[in-house]
Design a protein around this ligand. Sequence first.
Ligand SMILES: [Mg+2]
Length: 273
Amino acid sequence: MQTIIQHSNDLKIAKHIANYYDFDMTLYDSHIRFYLNQKINLNNLRQKYKIDFNYLPNHFDFQKTALFISDMDSTLINIECIDEIASFIGLKPQVSKITAKAMLGEIDFDSALIERVKLLKGLDYGVLEKVYNQKLRLNIGARELIKFFKNKNIKTAVVSGGFTYFTDMIAKNIGLDYSKANFLKVKDKILTGEIEGKIINAKAKQDFLLELCNKNNISTKRVIAIGDGDNDLLMLNEAGLSVAYHAKPKVIDSADIIINFGGLDKIMDFFTE
Ligand SMILES: [Mg+2]
């Protein structure tokens, strides 16, 4: 038996689907579940109704979740921090050019990051605060989801190829247990254009997941990881359950769960018993 979750409580749509496929269904507060014997392709439903549909995974026990680890930029929050810093100081074209090169695979993540951070040399540290206050917003459902996990004693973490200034602020703001990102070197409140310590790239994100599992003495099978970019793939593949959030095609292709229309709170639908 398979269960499909319709991540919306729109009864009209649900009745239409249940009638068309001859599914049984159950209504919940936030979502609707369908029961079937043979799997159907959910992409047709997603495209037709513009809401999220997912199979309830058989390989993951939601009630045993021990850790939730999330990417930051475009996953927990609405922006790519480095692009916004650049835009604040009129450097967006230069920074975007390097980002584009990296996306085409012409330069690797580390080189792209180093090159872009170099462009920030001489910048007043206060710009980071301006970006945080004026541009950065939590994505829909972020606060509710973290609160939900806290109530269930599930550890929460953010890991980012961006900067510690933002991960630390977010972690404090919504109460995350762990955070990791790149540390921008500062001298006399001015950015030096360098990163201090190890670069947080795709491999480092995966390593952080493993480190937290080790520290808390839990299996990776009890971890939910979420992200949107190719840089998250190693981390997502390591987790017991991977979630693609408004993600790039490669991430969507490999993830267990796809959220393309709704907010982060949709993840709570899977926990209903
Ligand atoms: Mg991202």
